[in-house]
Design a protein around this ligand. Structure first.
Ligand code: HEC
Ligand code: HEC
Length: 271
């Protein structure tokens, strides 16, 4: 009995020492600037970022704890020296890439980070191994890796054969089906009549790129002044980067048939 009490007292002393030591931050103190402390991944992180929803959800759930100021702190993160290691990781991770600032980064930096994210995902080095041990659920699944890589590379290589086909090769698209594809794939960023994250698209067919009044385009797309017709739209939808480098549309449609239908729909929706 006595031994148990002594043991418990010793443990209590250790806990207190550990808590007191955790007040020191030898490797930087990201707690001073991080905000969220709940179990759920932040629903705000990357909310306005231009990226496919699948990518956003992987980055939120599996990368945001270190690479953002919206860290979910685990309970054991209150105890030194674990707290120090976590603070060190988070400080370094934020320096490399802070997803909380994504929306305000210049295009060139986003371009580079996208490529790096694709690289680290493929190499299985992120999230770091020590973190995967503690949180089995943050390991990237094969599907996550595919999502990040396709996004990082604009899916250029795997879809080349498909996107080289011109719409004529396969007959005209169907505007009715195109409307449905639009609703499920484009409506997150575009409507016909109003600017959202992307410009309004009524009358886009036949007009020059980057000219819908009142929308803030990337410099690149405005300057390119691509005339939107069947060919250019097909290429754009297959891989925007292949038409204009450094554009702001982080999205593509892999299926040639869906692109044809979308183009038919855009063509039919006038000014
Ligand atoms: C446990 C914290 C942690 C998590 C979670 C985490 N990272 Fe990191 N990450 C780091 C640290 C620490 C560094 C900087 C040190 C390094 O390069 O190893 C880093 C560096 C990086 C870099 C820069 C790499 C380089 O070579 O310069 C990228 C890109 C990156 N992480 C992407 C990701 C992605 C994508 C995810 C989610 C799939 C992720 N990280 C999840 C801690 C983390
Ligand atoms: C993640 C958000 C997002 C999604 C999803 C998206 N777009 Fe875009 N789109 C944009 C942004 C942003 C721009 C402006 C790009 C720029 O300024 O470089 C744009 C530009 C365009 C343009 C050129 C408009 C012009 O005025 O020059 C067309 C055409 C277009 N998108 C069609 C589509 C279609 C069709 C879909 C669905 C298959 C789609 N987009 C899905 C964000 C998105």
């Amino acid at each position: 009995m006595r031994r148990v009490i002594v043991g418990l007292a010793g443990l209590a002393v250790l806990v207190v020492i550990s808590l007191v030591l955790a007040l020191a931050h030898p490797f930087g103190n990201p707690r001073a600037t991080t905000t969220v402390a709940t179990d759920a991944p932040s629903t705000l992180l990357l909310e306005h970022a231009l990226m496919p929803v699948e990518v956003r959800s992987v980055l939120r759930q599996k990368c945001g704890d270190c690479h953002s100021t919206q860290t979910r702190w685990a309970w054991y993160g209150r105890f030194a020296p674990v707290s120090w290691l976590m603070e060190k990781d988070i400080t370094e991770a934020q320096e490399q890439m802070n997803l909380s600032q994504w929306e305000s980064l210049p295009d060139e930096e986003i371009f580079l980070l996208r490529a790096e994210i694709g690289g680290v995902a493929k190499a299985h080095v992120m999230p770091p191994a020590q973190y995967r041990v503690a949180h089995a659920d943050v390991t990237l699944t094969d599907e996550d890796i595919r999502v990040l890589r396709d996004w990082a590379h604009g899916d250029v290589t795997s879809k080349l054969g498909e996107s080289e086909k011109t719409p004529e090769d396969a007959g005209p698209g169907d505007a009715g089906r195109g409307k449905q594809v639009f609703a499920s794939r484009c409506a997150g960023c575009h409507t016909l009549e109003q600017h959202r994250e992307g410009p309004k698209l009524a009358g886009v067919f036949g007009r020059a790129s980057g000219t819908a009044p009142g929308f803030i385009y990337s410099f690149a797309l405005k300057k390119a002044a691509v005339k939107w017709d069947e060919q250019s739209l097909d290429k754009w939808l297959a891989n925007p980067d292949a038409v204009v480098q450094m554009n702001n549309m982080y999205f593509h449609v892999a299926k040639a048939e869906q692109r044809r239908d979308l183009i038919a729909y855009l063509k039919s929706s006038g000014n």
